[in-house]
Design a protein around this ligand. Sequence first.
Ligand code: UTP
Length: 621
Amino acid sequence: MNSFLEKEIAESVYTPEEIRIIQTLVENGQEHLFADWEESQAVEQKKAFLQSLLRVDTNYPGGISGYIRNARRLLEESRTGKNPFAGYRPQPPEMTNLSKMAHRAEEAEEHGVSLIGQLAIVMVAGGLGERLGYPGIKIAIPFELLSSLNYIHFYAKTIYAMENLYHERFGCRTTIPFIIMVSGDTEDGTRRILRENEYYGLKPEQVILLKQELVPAILDNEARLAKKSRYELMLKPHGHGDIHLLMHQTGTAEKLLKDGKKYLAAIQDTNAQVVNALLPALSVSVREKLDFNSIVVPRVAKEAVGGIATLVPENSSAGKMTINVEYNQLDPLLRSTVNPEGDVNGPDGLSPYPGNINVIIIAVENYVKVLKKSAGLVPEFVNPKYADAGKTVFQKPTRLETMMQDLPRLFDATSRVGVTMFPRKFVFSPDKNNLRDAAKKAATGQPPECAASAESDYYEINRLKINRAGNFAKEIPDSVLHHGIPFKTGARIVLHPEFAVTQKEIQQKIKNCTFGPHTSLVLEGKHIYLDSFHLKNQSAVKIKISPDVRLSIRNVTLDRWEGMAMRELLEEEMNNPNLPAYLKIRGYALEEKNVLEINITEKGNYYMNADGTILREEEHG
Ligand code: UTP
């Protein structure tokens, strides 16, 4: 140790806790952290540095020495190229396939409604979103331009609508806890948007924010910690697996159990489609008695998406696990065990290992048990980018990471893990990539996973739902390209959650209607009933009504021009610093000209006249 550091310790510059952490670090080969410190200088900064290490020591199970120990082991395994799944033989997972049977999915959804009282939802929203490059929190991005509904508002409205649906059907009130994992990067923005919007109608105590902490960056295979500057530790995100750590450390998982919440659905920050999966998947979890139910999508062999596999130890039948295996590990694992050709399609043209989308339904009782045993730390991994062939030098500091989908690696043989498959766009269309990267993906036939594709897919699936309910929302085969991203041409319909969260509600509220491929419609309000309503040409209608208003539209045909039109933004517009970021990430704008806006706040029953005007029932005589 630096002689002056010993002197400063002797002079009581540091608290006993600070001294303890210095000693722990020295014992763990971290003396370099203090090598460039200067005598009798910057005491405050030195103490702040030690405090940041103390925070890691408190938050990380096993403390800072545990982190260093784990890092050394994982770095050694990475250096020697150890296959984490060596000795396992993959098998297709146990699956409930709802991707081709709409009626089964609808039936499961209806069963799911009866289970709403058992549900809690956690959204992991601590990610930086570097690939998207949006200047703000991702949950504030509007995912559709017709009524500018953003992700957090949509999730909150869905939760509120589910609670109401449960009350309507079963006569009892329930509260769905909404847990949000934030990080240093997203905490302030998330708190602000919730406060400014009065929690979007949810009860403030129902929304629980858990903050994930960063972990130290690592310089080399000896797991020497990295510094940002002389008196500042370099810290990096530990990944979304931190949710399990926080659910344990804060006692939130246990509280859910005490409150009778039996299932926890984990969702991502920018995937509005996920709400289509929640209730049917909840039903599957209950019927199949699953402790962990991964929502999956069809995956073509070798597609660059993690595949879910049941890994069976080659030498024993005990210890099998059903987990996500990254595609670059799955193919070699299959080659060395099951088939020399690796990951190949089955007779249905799909890999038997379905695609993981990181949406999970977790049974809370087993969760609490597993968290207690593991302290909530799911197996970590490290992914250093090496600068030399000998794998001794890193291009830049690395860190240990965790993924929430790795939870089943902590399960014992009694836990049941399965997967539920849905059509991809029905449950998954996130906004992760900036325009340029998304266009490259689109050009090579991959899902672009950007703002434009998320919006296009949202309308496409709404058309599908409306058509399934016996209506005709038209789509034409050609897509429009905006900055290289295809957008499907078809009726743009926004269904706010208070209007419908289930297919049955859509069936009850939209009957015998037709919507032309260039029309636009927003349905925002609980009691809107459409029967033989026909939107033609470019008709655009936005309906927003209060909960105690009932609006019926029967036998009305609207045939209007210049309602709303999408327009690709020109390069000069894209380069304009005043262009709102939510348009910049899209590459198009929606222009409104001749929109019929219906806004009713005064309680009562209303109907639409043939010319589109609104009358109260009394006036109708
Ligand atoms: P993404 O894969 O979208 O990563 O995370 P990201 O960090 O948000 O974006 P990039 O990689 O920087 O572009 C999937 C989900 O996990 C959350 C994200 O907020 C998103 O909902 N996440 C990710 C966390 O909550 N914490 C993390 O440390 C990482």
